[in-house]
Design a protein around this ligand. Structure first.
Ligand code: ADP
Length: 683
């Protein structure tokens, strides 16, 4: 049974009460039937009424069963005398008379009955029957009303349910869309924002927080707070773009930088439009922020690559131009002087002079061709290196001798400083490549140094060998120091062209250095000079310890003791290097060698250092000659032997040397044995 609303209960209670009062009977009831049961649904509140709401009984034998089954009025006036009803269980309650009508649901299925019962015989008048029948209809109408109401309610509920479902679906789809939007924003690195201008309230989507690398609670959500994320150099530009947009009402699209809390710089593209009220005042601005950092970097890379390609193109054009100039110059010399040399009335002197020019031009041409061939070979990356053991000091000495000749008539001094004694300077590397690299670096040093010095030397630091070429030349400005290693590049075109060159030397040297497992480093200051260092892995051919052991066996003196401090006064670098080499080769005496480049320097060094044991004195020197210097040295410490070494070989020269205090004398070129003998005499 559908739940009966209270208002119907109350109405039905009124009906039963009215019935019982109307004819003065003890019980008026509305019964409900279900599963062959009868249950009291409403019972008149008459005194002595034995039927209580909720009482129920199986319907067999009850008056109501018959009413429901027959669907007709039932009148029992006195059950005691009615053979059909004298077994009726109601009789036990004393109810001998009964009048009842069936009650049906709107669909005509049985609902129950409306009935009255009495203790005494009762025939009930026709009006009364009419009244009861009328009340039956009232109850059934209530049932119809109740059903209609219930149906309506059900419909309403169904509608509500439907609407709720729809709302839920819409909500889910909105959430899904929002999630999709978030994912799309995340994938595209685009976030959106909205600024409520009147309340200065700024909304950011999750993606903007991600791009700006901050959390909602860290952000003040105002326009000013947003500006604080902009790179200080772009802040004015962004602010002005926005203000300009508000006055022109034209949407804007700008790219600018952000400077984030972790010092990271990002590039973002920002678009914005605004809504205005009818007076033209802005109300809301809306926009997007796209993180274009990667794209920006990529574009920069492309731009750089384009610039490099253009630069390389330009360099190649320039190179061809240079090449033509470089080839023409020596060719002119060769062709021009080859014509002259043929002339029959040319003096022998002039012929030899022209031949020299032709030779030098040919060498120049050869060098250009060599460079071009080498760069082409390097380009193929098919170059192998041949490592072998060789003496580094010998290689440097060779280079030194060759290049020293080239500067004889220039105001340049070349010095060579060997980092190890000759006996232990054997290394393993590719001698040819090393020769090529160093020649090129020294050649450049000579080309770009107009006066001063060029130092050639090396140091060993752990397993690194650093060979340096230091010059006091024109130097290279810091912004060009990287580019000069690129092919065809020259710092100052005019100077380089005047000096002759294609801008290939350093790039060839660098690539060769890389092939040897090393690199070329550069330190330079414009106007002061440059130091090019070839840094290589140090691979000694024989460990230094082994060298010492070999040279300290029993019949030679202990190298760690009895070091002889010797001062060599010599202005010619080659001569000094020669002496140094000869002394180092004397394995039975260990020397500490000091070098003075003129007589004055020799005297100063001697005064400063009173542990000098012996002096090898050149005679012809700038500033102060050897005679004067010996005289001064002898006046300080006459016991220190001074040995003159000179190319002057007349008897009077010797005498002059002795007169100025020299203990002995040795003629140039100095033989190793002669020197050894004379030194042994004084040490
Ligand atoms: P180039 O044939 O022009 O000398 P390189 O590749 O050998 O070509 O050198 C490139 C440029 O580097 C030179 O044109 C010059 O501007 C600069 N440079 C090289 N070595 C030196 C140096 N020792 N001092 C000053 N500038 C130098």
């Amino acid at each position: 049974m559908k739940e009966i609303p209270t208002w119907i209960y109350e109405k039905w209670q009124g009906i039963t009460d009215l019935l019982s009062k109307l004819i003065g009977i003890p019980a008026a009831l509305i019964m409900h039937t279900y599963d062959e049961y009868m249950e009291v649904l409403v019972s008149s509140s008459t005194e002595g009424n034995l039927y209580k709401v909720g009482d129920k009984k199986k319907w067999h034998g009850l008056y109501c069963e018959t009413v429901i089954k027959t669907q007709r009025e039932l009148l029992v006036s006195n059950a005691l005398i009615d053979p059909n009803w004298d077994k009726n269980p109601y009789i036990k309650l004393g109810m001998i008379s009964y009048l009842g009508y069936p009650l049906n649901y709107p669909d005509k299925t049985p609902f129950g009955t409306i009935c009255i019962l009495d203790y005494k015989e009762n025939c009930y008048s026709a009006e009364f029957k009419q009244t009861l029948y009328y009340l039956k209809e009232v109850v059934e109408n209530d049932l119809i009303a109740m059903f209609e109401f219930n149906n309506k309610e059900e419909k309403l509920n169904a509608q509500l349910l439907q609407q709720n479902k729809l709302l839920q679906m819409l909500k889910e789809s909105a959430e899904e869309n929002e999630q999709r939007l978030k994912e799309a924003q995340h994938l595209a690195h685009i976030g959106n924002w909205e600024l409520d201008i009147i309340n200065n309230n700024l909304y950011w989507s999750d993606e903007i927080y991600r791009i700006f690398n901050c959390k909602p609670q860290e952000f003040g959500a105002t326009y000013e707070a947003f500006l604080s994320f902009i790179h200080p150099e772009d802040r004015n530009f962004v602010n002005e773009s926005y203000i300009n947009h508000l006055s022109t009402k034209k949407p804007y699209n700008i790219t600018h930088r952000l400077l984030l809390a972790n010092d990271e710089i990002k590039y973002v593209n920002e678009r914005c439009t605004s809504e205005f009220d009818k007076h033209g005042n802005p109300i809301i601005s809306k926009g997007t922020v796209a993180d274009v950092t990667e794209q920006y970097k990529y574009e920069q890379k492309l731009l750089k690559a384009k610039e490099e390609a253009e630069q390389s193109n330009m360099l190649k054009t320039e190179f061809l131009h240079n090449l033509s100039h470089e080839i023409r110059t020596p060719m002119n010399g060769i062709i021009g002087f080859a014509n002259f040399i043929d002339s029959p009335d040319l003096s022998a002197e002039k012929r030899s002079y022209y031949a020299n020019i032709i030779q030098s031009c040919s060498l120049q041409l050869l060098k250009i061709i060599d460079d071009i061939i080498e760069i082409s070979i390097l380009e193929t990356k098919r170059i192998s290196i041949t490592k072998d053991s060789f003496n580094l000091n010998e290689l440097l000495m060779e280079l030194y001798s060759v290049f020293n000749l080239k500067v004889v008539d220039r105001n340049i001094q070349i010095h060579l400083k060997k980092g190890l004694p000759d006996g232990c300077s054997k290394i393993i590397s590719d001698r040819n490549k090393l020769h090529k690299i160093l020649s090129n670096l020294i050649e450049n040093a000579i080309k770009y140094t107009y006066e001063g010095f060029i130092d050639i030397g090396y140091q060993i630091d752990g397993d690194i060998l650093k060979i340096y070429i230091k010059d006091s030349g024109i130097g290279i400005s810091s912004e060009n120091q990287a580019s000069i290693f690129e092919r065809f590049s020259q710092e100052e075109k005019e100077i380089s062209r005047k000096q002759g060159g294609l801008g290939l030397g350093l790039s060839i040297s660098k690539e060769n250095a890389l092939l040897l497992g090393g690199d070329i480093q550069l330190e330079s200051e414009k106007g002061k000079g440059s130091t090019f260092s070839l840094v290589l892995p140090y691979q000694p051919a024989e460990p230094i310890k082994e060298f010492i052991r070999r040279n300290t066996h029993t019949d030679t003196p202990d190298l760690t003791e009895n070091v002889v401090k010797i001062l060599i006064a010599e202005d010619e670098e080659v001569n000094y290097l020669y002496l140094e080499t000869v002394l180092e080769e004397m394995h039975d005496i260990r020397f500490k060698i000091l070098h003075a480049r003129n007589g004055k320097e020799a005297v100063d060094m001697f005064i400063k250092d009173n542990s000098i044991d012996l002096v090898l004195m050149d005679i012809k020197m700038p500033e102060m000659n050897g005679y004067e210097a010996t005289k001064k040295i002898k006046s300080f410490r006459p016991e220190v032997p001074v040995i003159a070494q000179t190319a002057y070989s007349t008897e009077s020269d010797r005498q002059k040397a002795f007169n100025h205090g020299c203990n002995n004398w040795i003629a140039k070129p100095i033989g190793k044995d002669a020197l050894h003998k004379i030194l042994c005499k004084y040490i």
